[in-house]
Design a protein around this ligand. Sequence first.
Ligand code: NAD
Length: 361
Amino acid sequence: MKNIIITGGAGFIGSHVVREFVKNNPNSKIINLDALTYAGNLENLTDIENEPNYVFEKADITKPEELRKVFEKYNPDAIVHLAAESHVDRSITDPNAFINTNVNGTANLLNLAKEFWTLNPDHQHGNFPGNERDFLFYHVSTDEVYGSLGETGFFLEDTAYDPKSPYSASKAASDHLVRAYGNTYGMPFIISNCSNNYGPNHFPEKLIPLCISNILNGKPLPIYGDGKYTRDWLYVVDHAKAIHQIFNEAKTGETYNIGGWNEWKNIDLVKELIKQMDAKLGNPAGFSEALITYVKDRPGHDLRYAIDATKLNKELGWKPSVTFEEGLGKTIDWFLENKEWLDNVTSGNYQDYYASQYAND
Ligand code: NAD
């Protein structure tokens, strides 16, 4: 029996990662550690919440004493760390929240991981499933740490860090801390940096679920600047599968970029979304294009991100399982079938935030 703590498991990507680990590791205990901020929602996990190898622990990574209780209870063999403040726009209005959670919170986790890893005699001799590893700190990060690209080029694993927003700077700092603990204390770690995710359970402050929600409600579809900002998009289930595969098969100390080879300019993406939504809703073609509204640009907006995921493909054989058009179709279907989920997350505090500003990715 191995105990695997997944932080941020009630969030968008974290919930898919928890599901992937629970389903594929019946002999391990999967501990979902989450503070349930505005972005954490246990409704994301109702299908697996009664599985015998799943348990939820409410704890805040910025509070070492709360973390310690969970570590003492489970004496983990591995940490998969996703808990974070994740929305660029919020990081512009409140950078300190990002520094606190993403930098200090990660440091708190690393300190406890280091303490429990070295204290536990099993971790000196153990054998982690799939390889010789006896302990692992797996850190989930973003391609935004690399900064912004021009019209050409791709981010590789050894691209120099050049974060541009408080969000990406806080994630870059957390990546550096993880590598420093690996280098200084020998703590086994892996880092993966992924492009923009989309899919079921996506909180509707981000571009795709925001536009799905607004098309359903006949509200404006906000597009920053001239709509030419370009992102690589990956279906969230494919990200979760990549994390699970890297966790089991990759060598300790490695970094992998995860991406969809799937670049879209924001305006083209929204038009593809409108095409699919109007067809599914029985609207005339292009009906919802009237909702497109160009809004004031985000300060310091990165022009283009593009991931080269060749290393992951060549070494571990991973590739996305769906095309973007298929993944988008599945995502729209999920939102149409789960209107109650959408209503629940778009009420209360979220409405106040929504009213204060538009959001994009
Ligand atoms: P999210 O905002 O949907 O979820 C974050 C989760 O972390 C929530 O469940 C929240 O309750 C929890 N959390 C926040 N602060 C916490 C704290 N102090 N203690 C414990 N839990 C806390 O985020 P997401 O989009 O699912 O992203 C998950 C991770 O993946 C993040 O580390 C993010 O940087 C990274 N990432 C995201 C994307 C993307 O496109 N969304 C792409 C690449 C990497």
